[in-house]
Design a protein around this ligand. Sequence first.
Ligand SMILES: Cc1ncc(COP(=O)(O)O)c(C=O)c1O
Length: 491
Amino acid sequence: MTIEARYAAAEAAAYGDFVRRFPAYATTTAVDELRAADYARLDRLGHTYLDYTGGGLYAESQLRRHHELLAGRVLGNPHSLSPTSLASSELAKEAREAVRRFFHAPEDEFAIVFTPNASGALKLVGEAYPFVPGGVFLLSYDNHNSVNGIREFACRKGAAATYIPVREEDLRLDEEQVRTALRGAGRGGEAGAPAKLFAYPAQSNFSGAQHPLDWVAEAHDLGWDVLLDCAAYAPTNRLDAAAIGADFIPISFYKLFGYPTGSGCLIARREALARLQRPWFAGGTITLASVQQEDWYHLAPGATGFEDGTIDYLGLPAVTIGIEHLEAVGIDVVHARVHALACWLLEELAALRHSDGKPLVKVFGPRDGERRGATIALYLLDREGRPYDVYDVEAAAARERISVRSGCFCNPGDGEVAHHISRDDMERCFTDPSAAITLLQCQRSIEDKTGNVPNTIRVSLGLASDFADVRRFLVFAESYRDRPAPVPQSG
Ligand SMILES: Cc1ncc(COP(=O)(O)O)c(C=O)c1O
C-alpha cells in the first residue's frame, strides 16, 4: 500500500467513525454535492475556511444569478415612477418579502428595515430608543461591541446601563440572575414609566453559547423591550421572529450567505419601532419637509422612516438570491450538519493530550453540543498549561491555508471572564497617564500582571463546512503535541 493509499484509508476510517458517532451528518450529504459544485474554489485553492462567524461564504451560483439579473435589466434609483425606478422598487420589495418569509416576520406585525449591516441596525435602535433618567439598559456580558456601544446613547440620556455577568465555567448566563435583574428594575411598561431595554445575543459570537429565547416573553411580561442579537445565531439556526416576539433583531446578510457584504436588516416589531424617536431625518425617510420652519417635517411610517438615503437597490436583489439559496439548502440541514461537526470537534479536541497526559486544548464556553452553536473559542496549551501565542497559532494555521480567527472578536465580556481579567486589571488600559496605551501594550500589561493571555482562537463552522475541514483543524492542533514552551507574545 502506498503512503497516499494508507493516508486515504486512515481518513476514510476517521470519517466512518465520525458518521457512526454523529449519524445526523449523513442526512446532509446534499451539501457535499453543493460544495463540490458551488464552492469548488475552496478545494481548488486548498482552503480550510473556519471563520464563518466572521463571514459566511457565497455560492458561485449566487454571483452568476446576481450578475445576470443586473446585466439583463436597467435599474434606476427607487423613489420615483419611471420604469427603471419602479423596477428597482419592485426588486427591493421582493427582497423584503424574502426576508419576511425566511425569518417568519409577518407584515402586520414586523417591519424589515434595510441597513448596511447588523451594527447599522443596532445603531438605529440605540440612537432612537427613548432612554430617559430612571430608565435602564440591561445587557448580558457576552454582547458584541455593537450592542455594548448602545450604552453610550443610554448613559448620555441619563438611563442606567447594567450588565449581567456570564459564568466563568461555561460562559453562560445564570437563569436566576437574569430573572432577578429583569425583576429588579421595577415593573415598568405602564404609561409614562421610563422605558427599559434588555439586550442579549441568541448566540455568543465568542463562545457559541446559546441563551433561552423564552426570556423574551418573560422580559415583555415585566415591561421590557427586548433586543435579541441574532447576527451570530441566524446563519446556522432557524429563526422564527413571530414565535420569539423580540422587539428588535439585527442581522448581517454576509454572515448568512456571504454576499453581498454591505447589507443587513433590523427586524422590528411595528409597535416597538413606532416608539423610537429618530434623532434626525434624511432623504428617503420623510413624506414631507419644509425649509421654512425648522420643525416642519413628517417622518415616513414604518421601515421607510429608518432607511436613510438611497437603499442599496442593486445589492438587494442579491439578498433575495442569497435567501433563496439558503432556502434551497435548508437551514435545518445546515444546522444539523454544523452541529454534528462541532460536537465531533469538541470531543476530539478534549481528547488531545501531550505525551505526559496533559491536555493540549482548552475550550472556553460550553464543552459539549448542548445549547450551543458551531463557534468554538479555544487555546492550544503547552505541557505546563500555558497557551501558545494565539497570533503565532493563527499564523501557523495560515501557512496551511487554514483560516481561523484570533483576538477578542469584539466581545470583551466573554474574553474578560474567560481569561480572569478583573476590573483592576483593565483599569490601567483606561487610566494610563500617557493616554497612548496601544492595544498590544494593554494586552502585554494584562499578561504581565495576571499571567493570563487576553486573546483567544476561534474556529467557526457554516453552510459549506465539511468533515475534512474539521479534521484538518484537529490534525493541525495535534501537531502542537509536545512542542516546547511558547514564546511570549510580542508587543
Ligand atoms: C453577535 C454579533 N452581533 C453583531 C455583529 C456586528 O455585525 P457587523 O459587523 O456585520 O455589523 C457581529 C459581528 O461579528 C456579531 O457576531
